[in-house]
Design a protein around this ligand. Structure first.
Ligand SMILES: [Zn+2]
Length: 149
């Protein structure tokens, strides 16, 4: 597979960085310090706050599994398939300690629920989600850090 000619773009613009140490992009309310992911430019998610000014921040790249499951059934449209087949994947809700928030994402390619338990340490990775016209569209995923792979 020739990856040199392929370009890579985020599948969702503005939600994560794609460098060697990818990070999720969040916002912090200037008024109450509430942290939001995905980032917002509208309203503070804290119901007790009327803040509308936010600072852009990068979230912790590691966390621990708070809950997990596997998606055995094909999601309804607009779920995107490029080759017509559906392969089940695992999902993890991960607690970020510093931010005290839970972020849901797919589990990294090659890993499944057999690699997860409550409290499993994971790190953020960015991987191809799908490819259209030789452009790889990337997504953030959680990768277990203490599994022998
Ligand atoms: Zn606020």
């Amino acid at each position: 597979m020739n990856t040199e000619s392929r370009s890579r773009v985020p599948a969702i613009e503005g939600w994560f960085t794609t460098g060697p140490s990818p990070r999720l992009c969040g916002t912090k309310c200037v008024e109450c310090n509430n942290i939001t992911f995905p980032p917002t430019e509208q309203f503070c998610a804290n119901p007790a706050c009327s803040g509308r000014e936010f600072t852009e921040i990068e979230l912790s790249p590691t966390g621990t599994v708070w809950s997990y499951t596997d998606a055995q059934y094909q999601p309804p449209p607009p779920y995107l398939f490029t080759d017509g087949t559906y392969e089940p994947f695992a999902l993890a809700a991960v607690k970020l300690e510093a931010e005290q928030m839970i972020v849901l994402a797919q589990v990294a390619a090659g890993y499944g629920v057999q690699d997860l338990a409550l409290g499993t340490e994971v790190e953020l990775v960015v991987e191809p989600l799908y490819e259209i016209d030789e452009v790889e569209h990337l997504i953030y995923r959680w990768k277990p850090t203490k599994v022998g792979k």
